[in-house]
Each structure stands twice: as structure tokens, then as C-alpha cells.
Design a protein around this ligand. Structure first.
Ligand code: ADP
Length: 324
């Protein structure tokens, strides 16, 4: 191994040390707002609340038990859509479903319920990262216990994006050592890519996301040129107001409904180095990178989990995520 490898390992070790001496609490801004939804709320209403607040997920609260009841994410809405596809006669009842029935919906369509892991905000950030990789969760709730009442409190939720941003902003001293190009690291997925076209229906793309267990599908033209990216969160405005029949609309139509603050998509080249990817994360709201060649043709996709996994686990003795 050359000097580049040595420097790369030094950078990785530095970032890991950094994550061990910081807590999840450190990632939170000084002041923030947290929208928590009551488990008794109608699913239909929860959609409007997410849209009105410009958010894509929220912790759920069981007010009867006074306890944290999991996290509502775009996966739940995709599950409701799958339920609708499997039981189209139920459309009249779907409107009446409450958030507390999400677990029944999972059971009805036969998906494994997502493990709702949480982490204490004062534990090392490294632990939150490991736990996210282990469960494939893209976000993790920070749950504390009130000293007086002994009740659980959801302090906030942190995402893979927030964590990578925190590293990019506060640990540039180590990320700048990560000079190996994406190609050499094998970072991301390059084979068996799920893609769609502008004319594909929203429902087709949702089925792809379920089948591949992914949260975004690149939209290509006939020459494999990347035109856009359809994300799981794009589904939320599609079913606002219970418009499940509109899922036959094209992805082009659905993406035209994106809110004004849509951040755009980010691409990179296989020759780009990991340090420059961290620069992009530092400056922008990146949720994944589409890897393209010089003609903007699709080569691969790098998810935030791919980056987090590499940064945490590469070259570790227990180089797998099962060991927690
Ligand atoms: P994240 O877990 O960060 O939300 P994804 O769910 O999109 O990311 O990706 C999970 C895994 O699937 C990653 O290893 C990623 O490289 C891969 N992946 C992402 N999008 C696609 C796609 N369209 N086709 C094939 N694989 C993909």
C-alpha cells in the first residue's frame, strides 16, 4: 500500500475517533423544532402536517401509554400504497386509517416491521452510526428518559445526512485526507441498477423501490443520460388528499409538483475523490450522488449509507455490520 492508502487510513481513523468523542446531542442545532404526531391521528391528516411543515418524517407518540411509538417515514406511505394495490376494494377504509394502524398494514402486505431503534442523545455519535448501519435505518430518534416522571421523551431525530454534514463541517482536518477516488474505493452500487424513464408511472417506480429496497431511482432517457432522480419522499405529495388513483401519473408529472425548496440532484464522477464528496456534503443538501460519465450517462449511485458504511467500517477488524 502506498502513501495515499496510509493517508486515507489516517483520515478514516481520525473521523472514527471524532465520532467517538462527540455525542448525538452535539449534532443538534442550538434551537430546533420537533413535530411529534399522535398515534391516533388519521394517516391522511399526517400527510398534510408533514407537507405543511416541510418535513418528510416525524416521531409518533402513544398518548395512552405516554410512550414513543416509532417513526413515521415515507416507507410507511409506500406501505399504504402497496396495501391499496393489494386490496383495492379497501380504498374507502384507507381514508379512516390512523397512524396506529400502520403496523396492521405492514402485517397485511407481509413486510417485516422496521425495528424501531433509538439512541440516548448523550451516547457517542459513533454508536448512533453503528446502530443505523446495523438496522439500515436512515434516521434514528434520540430518546431520553425524564428523571422525574420516568417517562420517555423524544428529543429529536438525526439522519445520516445530518451526521455526514456534521463530519464534513467539523472534521475537515480528517476528511481532507480522504484522497482516494470513488473508483478505487468501490464506493456505491454499479451493477443491477434500478432505473426508470420520464414516462414510467409513479406506481412502477414505487414497486422498484420496494423490490430493491432503495429510496431513489434515477430517471434516464433512451441513451442512459441521467435526467432526474425520483425519491421516496416524492411520493408524499402524490397521495395528498387520498389521491391514490393518481399514482398512475408519470414521474415527470409527479416531479413537477416538487416544492420550491427542492435541492436538486447531485452527480459525481468515478474519478472524484472522497474528500470532494465531503466538500459537496458540506456545502449542499445532498441525499445521494448519481455517478455519471463525461456524457452524463449513468454509471452508478452512491447513497449516504454507502459513505457512512465505508467511513465507519472499512479496514476494521470486524469489517461487517452484523457485529453491531
Ligand atoms: P439510503 O440507505 O442511504 O437511503 P438507498 O436506500 O437509496 O440509500 O440505497 C441502499 C443501497 O442500495 C446502497 O448500497 C445503494 O448504493 C444502493 N442503491 C441505491 N439506489 C439504487 C438503485 N437505483 N439501483 C440499485 N441500487 C441502488
Amino acid at each position: 500500500s502506498g502513501p495515499l492508502d496510509k493517508e486515507q487510513m489516517q483520515g478514516l481513523r481520525g473521523v472514527r475517533e471524532f465520532l467517538k468523542v462527540r455525542t448525538s446531542y452535539d449534532v443538534l442545532p442550538l434551537s430546533f423544532r420537533l413535530v411529534v404526531l399522535d398515534n391516533d391521528l388519521l394517516i391522511k391528516k399526517s400527510l398534510n402536517i408533514l407537507i405543511q411543515n416541510g418535513i418528510v418524517s416525524a416521531p409518533l407518540w402513544d398518548s395512552r401509554k405516554s410512550s414513543f411509538a416509532g417513526l413515521l417515514t415515507s416507507t410507511d406511505f409506500i406501505n399504504v400504497i402497496q396495501y391499496y394495490c393489494q386490496f383495492p376494494d379497501e380504498i374507502g377504509n384507507i381514508d379512516q386509517f390512523r397512524l396506529s394502524s400502520l403496523r396492521d398494514i405492514e402485517r397485511a402486505i407481509g413486510v417485516e416491521p422496521l425495528e424501531t431503534v433509538s439512541v440516548h442523545p448523550m451516547r457517542p455519535l459513533y454508536e448512533a452510526c453503528r446502530r443505523m448501519l446495523k438496522t439500515r435505518a436512515r434516521r434514528i430518534p434520540l430518546v431520553d428518559v425524564d428523571g422525574e416522571t420516568g417517562r420517555e421523551m423524544v428529543v429529536s431525530v438525526i439522519t445520516q445526512y445530518r451526521i455526514l454534514k456534521f463530519i464534513a463541517v467539523n472534521n475537515e482536518q480528517h476528511t481532507m485526507l480522504l484522497k482516494k477516488p470513488v473508483r478505487d474505493l468501490g464506493l456505491g452500487t454499479y451493477t443491477n441498477l434500478a432505473t426508470a424513464t420520464m414516462g414510467s408511472s409513479v406506481l412502477d417506480v414505487i414497486h422498484l423501490m420496494v423490490k430493491y429496497n432503495i429510496s431513489a431511482v434515477p430517471i434516464l432517457d433512451q441513451d442512459n443520460t441521467v435526467l432526474n432522480l425520483f425519491e421516496a419522499v416524492d411520493v408524499i405529495p402524490c397521495i395528498k388528499g387520498g389521491a391514490y388513483d393518481e399514482l398512475s401519473a408519470t414521474v415527470a408529472e409527479a416531479m413537477s409538483r416538487r416544492s420550491e425548496d427542492f435541492g436538486g440532484i447531485y452527480t459525481c464522477n468515478e474519478d472524484d475523490r472522497l474528500d470532494s464528496i465531503f466538500d459537496t456534503i458540506r456545502k449542499s443538501r445532498v441525499h445521494r450522488l448519481v455517478v455519471v460519465d463525461d456524457d452524463n450517462r449513468l454509471k452508478g449511485i452512491i447513497s449516504l449509507s454507502d459513505i457512512l458504511k465505508y467511513v465507519l467500517l472499512y479496514g476494521e477488524e470486524d469489517d461487517d455490520i452484523r457485529s453491531g
